[in-house]
Write a protein that binds this ligand. Structure first.
Ligand code: CO
Length: 321
């Protein structure tokens, strides 16, 4: 169909309001329904800074606890973050022999050194530098995490992520992720590893997790500026593993060994004016349920915790899974 000049100008046959065409002819904005107002974007600031505290866990492993201790007990859905970093074998060789878990997920991320994982479901994995493991304990699992080296640097992290009540007793699941499966994105003066969630047009290999987690390892050098969208409702925090970074519009400085809880907002921004700064960024949907925890179990009520201990003693913790 060929439109006449008059038809085009009046919009008569193509449903365009004549006013819009008039405005176009005047070289003004084509919209006639008012200016476009973009939804305000808000970068997250630092709400609280907590220094990791030395502690001992497993069979005598020395580590630093950034979350899950007295200073900061819970960041729903995150329950715990430990860092172990030592080149003294006495600090780590004892490892974490057989122990149970129920009701949540454990995440291990290694920067250096080697650990071996074995569990009651029959999984057997070796964690080397740059690898990750996401284990959903669910109904119950008994596992060991032991060093596979007698000397040298051991440097890694363990994060605990809660499960909603309706999913606490699901069948255990184990995602063993080799370093090559983790996308590494070269940015301007920074490198991002995407372990979970979507970032910088890449997607992390961890899948099917209830709280829809983001887990990034961001290594910045001097002058870097990183900007990454985060779901506004998600709880988010960073842990600085090296150097120092500045976070958010107020450019709060967070240093090695510090955990920073982030305010609400739909973006994470960080810059680096030190020689370098490396951070782990975690975000996830809050579960909003009561948390009852003792030792290796995380449930909703004390009664469920007592049941978990009873099931472990009687051998039923790993039954039917
Ligand atoms: Co464990």
């Amino acid at each position: 169909m060929t439109l006449s000049r008059r038809q085009i100008l009046t919009g008569a046959t193509i449903g365009i309001p004549a006013a819009a065409l008039v405005l176009q002819r005047c070289g003004r904005p084509t919209r006639v329904d008012g200016p476009v107002v973009a939804k305000a974007s808000s970068a997250r600031d630092v709400e609280q800074i907590v220094a990791a505290q030395p502690t001992v866990d497993g069979a005598g492993v020395k580590l630093n606890r950034a979350l899950g201790g007295r200073a900061l007990s819970l960041l729903d859905p995150f329950l715990l973050l430990d860092e172990f970093q030592s080149d003294d074998p006495d600090d780590y060789v004892a490892g974490f022999p057989d122990h149970p878990h129920r009701g949540f997920e454990t995440v291990t991320y290694m920067i250096d050194g080697a650990m071996e994982h074995k569990d009651s479901v029959g999984n057997h994995g070796r964690l080397g530098p740059g690898s990750a493991q996401w284990m959903t304990a669910g109904h119950g699992i008994v596992h060991s995490e032991m060093p596979k080296q007698e000397r040298g640097l051991m440097w890694g992290f363990q994060l605990w992520v809660n499960l909603p009540a309706a999913r606490k007793l699901i069948r255990p699941r184990y995602q063993d992720i080799a370093p090559a499966r983790i996308p590494e994105v070269q940015l301007d003066r920074a490198v991002a590893r995407v372990i979970a969630g979507k970032a910088f047009d890449r997607e992390g290999p961890v899948t099917g997790i209830d709280v829809e987690p983001t887990f990034l390892d961001l290594a910045l050098t001097q002058g870097a500026s990183v900007d990454h969208p985060l779901p506004d409702g998600h709880t988010a925090f960073v842990y600085v593993t090296d150097g120092a970074v500045r976070i958010g519009p107020k450019a709060a400085e967070v240093r090695r060994g510090q955990l920073a809880v982030l305010t609400k907002g739909d973006r994470f921004t960080a810059t680096c004016d030190a020689s370098s700064g490396r951070v782990l960024l975690f975000a996830g949907r809050a579960i909003g349920e009561p948390v009852a925890r003792r030792g290796p179990f995380v449930m909703n009520t004390d009664q469920e915790i007592q049941q978990a201990f009873a099931d472990y003693r009687s051998g039923r913790l790993t039954d039917g899974v």
